[in-house]
Design a protein around this ligand. Sequence first.
Ligand code: DQA
Length: 137
Amino acid sequence: MKIIIINGPNLNLLGKREPEIYGSLTFDAFLKGLQRKYTGVEITYYQSNIEGELIDKLQEVGFSYDGIILNAAAYTHTSVGIGDAVKAITTPVIEVHISNTFTRESFRHQSFISAGAKGIIIGFGLKSYELALQSFL
Ligand code: DQA
């Protein structure tokens, strides 16, 4: 089974970015743990701070992979283009967020991703990614 985790802008700073909201673990360390735990799954990872690059990656993997775990970060709340890409591809997408966006500023309550997603997992810290992975399994 081939699963990809796609992270959007500023998630490369996990570990040092607002640790009171996003925790103090780097995504690299978290990913290594996930890959060690789920050896039967091919888990690849992509991160970009650039909207078009995220769309390109969704198009590239979105007809062949078994699942996409997508945290579009701030673009979740702004990007019609990423939302359209999620709808255009055939690989199921699970939208995840580390923080509970509904307990935060109102601009974070809107998502352009959700309508095209298979499901949504929000607010469980980095565990959100693992829950998404388990749902694919
Ligand atoms: C986030 C929530 C977004 O509102 C924010 O812009 C992020 C991270 C999360 O995982 O909690 O960058 O997607």
